[in-house]
Design a protein around this ligand. Sequence first.
Ligand code: TRP
Length: 447
Amino acid sequence: MSNRAQFVTKMGVIAATVGSAVGLGNIWRFPYEAGQHGGGAFLIVYLLCVFLLGIPVMIAEFVIGRSTHSNALTALQKLKPGSSLSKVSYIGIVASLMILSFYSVVAGWIMEYLYQAVTGGLSGHTSEEYATLFSTFTVNPWRSVMWTLIFLLANFMVLRRGIEKGIERISNIMMPVLFVMLLVFCVNSLFMPQAKKGLDFLFNPDFSQITPKVMLGALGQAFFSLSLGLTCLLTYASYFSDKTPLVRSATVVALLDTLVAILSGIIIFPAVFSFDMEPAAGPKLVFQILPEIFQQLPGGYLWSVAFFLLLFFASITSTISMSEISITYFVEAHKMSRSRATGLNTVIAMTFGTLCALSFGVLSDFKVFGMTLFELFDYVSSNIMLPIGGVMLSVFVGWIVDKKVVEEQLTDYGARKITLMRPIRFCIRYVAPLCISLIFLYGLGVP
Ligand code: TRP
């Protein structure tokens, strides 16, 4: 396996994995999910899901990836030939293509907003006009499809050139800048007239609001945001070096990712209440709020251009990682050339991405189980496939993989002593599979 690329530096590992994790999931999806599921109640369950279930599943993915240095399917088969759990890699391939499809639609919205920001179209409007801006744009069949396809094309170009060095390097600079910008916006939001109401909404949980549906939403969001359950981080870990500290990397990635989501909440909710908007507005929430925030800032033009540009980079480092799941599989299991595999990944996502984009306009009446195609893709992948994948991966590492292999990975081949070895293994063996299964079944209303 020595000819497989490796992340050379420690920074490279963390940066690429954080690049995968931090994206629209934190800045677009987290506020809208929290807004729809009662704010504080959602946040509490979300945090529990990240720390008790997310980190163990992430470690499980890292163990499988690094111990085998292979794509997901081969990795699972190497560790346990014939295990039926290796089917999790098919879930990963299908779900990652579904996510890529609807994610590209939202990334396309980011590109449209970047375009609007640059050409001055985002400034000088009233709240109603910002709402209309979003709805006229998303209803327009050509424009939103066009941006979806342009985004996927950009994703394709980056991927075809190999192991994404350039983008990783750019995003190593961009991510910290994005982070600083979020801090500035946070401070700005804290001074808004209804800041207290917004912070109360996010941080003051009304425990009676914790329902099975809220729990499933929070679980799905945690896994979505951490890029878990689809063997995405497994694939990344297959490029880790033997020295990468597995447990510490998982913890750092989860902490940073959660921090960005919370910052995004602190930016959005004070603004939601100050501008008299609905927290439960759904996917359009941040697209209506952000331009209005920028407009009020001194130098709003530059803030908005910079922000949407950075968000574009945050999105593409995420879509690269989800594309890598199917591409690595096509290349290593089907002996396809890298450019063909990348092309196939792109064509599939363009097809379904177009349908998802149209589901805000001409296809808005086409519903399956009461959901538009966009909503269906999002719901099925996040709330069904990610949890199932998480259970399978944690059961695999907790119960099937040789205990010695797991310990060797957790200690980075004996280089480190891990004080929390037993609690970590306990979470991987019992807590994660049981809690995820229970939340999943209750959330779907099974019992
Ligand atoms: N975590 C990314 C975000 O929040 C999305 C993402 C990238 C993802 N790779 C993934 C989600 C794999 C699930 C599985 O924007």
